[in-house]
Ligand binder design. Structure first.
Ligand code: ADP
Ligand code: MG
Length: 559
């Protein structure tokens, strides 16, 4: 039996594709500029193997020109251009990628910069244009051709005039409708910001004619309009630069430009990994908590670039929740993108990168804690709570990563200490790591329960945050030392002698205690004599795992 080829209603297919694979219209510019950059790259690779061809970097650029009157947006490149046949193949066949073929033919693997691979990006132009005209001249050819299409109805190709090799794409920008705005794609500032957002690190200049006003020479208070060609993109991404060439200001400036935050980050990490996964990253540990940080509105994530082109604004898979405060970007050549290039196809590489980043952040934080204590405490003030949530969440799966990053106020040191510092100061007869919970340090200090432990000369950690005690319950033990609330029944320090005395006392005042229990009824479980009190007449204590403070919080929690 002969096999039949599928037929496709190409008109419908094109419409479906254009309107369904992209979530944002503005990416058409990213796609066209990426194609232009690929076209220049191809000439560059040709020059590497062809001695006749000299590649002068100055001659290669992309130009974007908007004309409101004719409603056209023109994207020109000085790249390799297309022959008639290539026009047919690459722009006439949906999902055919000349760039992908080029990579294969030339066996380009690592380190290549060519972006195209799916053969659909070009058609995204029809999201904003009703007519697209491509005039192109292949490098080394005398003939130029014009391809024109309104999208759904197919295309025409005819001979054209073009002086130099390269491609010019003219988009007739659609008219505004009630629901859809297209005028913005003719606005200089809007185009600039789209280019900055997605294509800032394209390696060739993206030029625009920028209009401005300046004081007129020789005349006071008079201004004249002027137009000037400017390069809009920064070209060399800061993360590809050598660390030695970069100053603290460069990193701070990048943080500011990218609007990661308006504070001055506590620390930056510049990672160039080339092990199991190859990626570059610049990460920041901020100083201040964003106003919405501890709300549901806050979105964690890092910017994700593939070969210098922005793919995702906030890739949340790159950061665990407990490090959700980290800002920055990751660029990798190793990602397998899905067709819209807005998502990833496989997350294996992403998982590897995330794991790698996670351990780098952890060691960076430990480093700050060790060498720049003051800075760490500033950071901790804002984000310590998140670390403690991290210990508590996921049934303590991450406590090992996080417990050494915790700080608590110490009764002895009168400042924040780590668990490690606490344990290293413990005396031999001290069995537990003691803590006391309360609203504030002052209130905890006045708790009758803290007196006895302090009198023994033992250090107490003061828990003033709701989450503290929950987190510590999950940690359970640090360096084999268990945690113990000062208000728990058995403190592990009452001497036998005292226990006996307590029992006698209990007998002696039995009736009084029974009467007290009758009056208090369900408010308490029992009334007992205690040897724990010194300057206070009574104290409340708990039996079992849940302390008074935790009970209060549990009661306040919404069901
Ligand atoms: P992709 O970039 O993923 O290959 P596109 O739909 O964006 O897919 O482009 C299809 C093909 O058209 C490209 O692979 C390339 O061969 C060709 N092409 C597109 N734009 C240009 C250009 N400006 N110069 C030369 N060739 C181009
Ligand atoms: Mg493309």
């Amino acid at each position: 039996m002969s096999k039949k080829q599928f037929k496709a209603e190409s008109k419908r297919l094109l419409e479906m594709m254009i309107n369904s694979i992209y979530t944002q219209r503005e990416i058409f510019l990213r796609e066209l500029i990426s194609n232009a950059s690929d076209a220049i790259d191809k000439l560059y690779y040709k020059a590497l193997t062809d001695e006749q061809l000299v590649f002068n970097k100055e001659d290669y650029y992309v130009k974007v020109v908007a004309d409101k009157e004719s409603r056209t947006l023109t994207i020109t490149d000085t790249g390799i251009g297309m022959s008639k046949e290539e026009l047919e193949n690459n722009l006439g066949v949906i999902a055919k990628s000349g760039s992908f073929a080029f990579k294969k033919e030339n066996e380009l693997k690592d380190g290549h910069n060519i972006i195209g691979q799916f053969g659909v990006g070009f058609y995204s132009a029809f999201m904003v244009a009703d007519v697209v005209t491509v005039t192109t001249k292949a490098f080394g050819s005398d003939e130029a051709f014009k391809w024109e299409s309104t999208g759904a109805d197919g295309y025409t190709i005819e001979p054209a005039e073009k002086a130099t090799a390269g491609t010019e794409i003219v988009l007739n920008i659609k008219e505004n409708t009630e629901d859809d705005q297209y005028d913005e794609y003719l606005e200089e500032y809007r185009l600039r910001s789209i280019i900055k957002k997605y294509s800032d690190f394209i390696r060739y200049p993206i030029k625009m004619d920028v209009k401005g006003q300046r004081p007129k020479e020789g005349a006071d208070n008079e201004f004249e309009e002027y137009q000037e060609e400017q390069t809009v993109n920064s070209m060399v991404p800061i993360w590809r630069k050598n660390k030695n060439e970069l100053t603290q200001e460069d990193y701070d400036q990048f943080y500011f430009e990218k609007r990661y935050g308006f504070d001055k980050p506590v620390k930056h990490l510049h990672i160039s990994a080339d092990g199991a996964v190859v990626y570059n990253a610049i990460l920041y540990i901020p100083e201040n908590t964003p106003f919405d940080y501890y709300t549901k509105e806050y979105e964690k994530g890092l910017e994700l670039y593939s070969n210098g082109v922005l793919i995702m604004d906030k890739c949340s898979d790159l950061l665990p929740d407990y490090f959700s405060f980290v800002k920055g970007m990751v660029d990798s050549e190793d990602l397998s993108l899905n067709i819209s290039r807005e998502m990833l196809q496989h997350d294996r590489q992403l998982k590897l990168i995330a794991k790698n980043i996670n351990s780098k952040i952890k060691s960076a934080l430990l480093g700050i804690l060790k060498d720049e204590r003051e800075k760490y405490e500033t950071f901790y003030k804002g984000f310590g709570r998140q670390l403690k949530f991290g210990v508590y969440n996921d049934y303590g799966a991450n406590k090992d990563v996080l417990q050494d990053l915790l700080l608590f106020h110490s009764s002895k040191e009168k400042k924040l200490v780590t668990l490690d510092e606490y344990v290293s100061r413990m005396s031999e007869d001290q069995k537990y790591i003691y803590y006391a919970s309360g609203e504030s340090i002052e209130r905890i200090e006045r708790l009758p329960q803290t007196e006895m432990v302090s009198d023994k000369g033992f250090e107490i950690l003061y828990f003033t945050d709701d989450i503290d005690e929950f987190a510590i319950k999950v940690v359970a033990k640090y360096k084999d030392k268990e945690f113990k609330s000062v208000s728990s029944g058995d403190l592990g320090i009452e001497a036998d002698e005292k226990d006996k005395e307590t029992a006698e006392e209990q007998e002696l005042h039995k009736e009084l205690f029974e009467q007290m229990k009758d009056i208090l009824q369900d408010k308490v479980k029992a009334v007992k004599a205690s040897k724990r009190l010194k300057s206070h007449p009574v104290c409340l204590s708990t039996e079992g795992e849940v302390t008074i403070e935790m009970e209060k919080i549990l009661k306040a929690m919404p069901n």
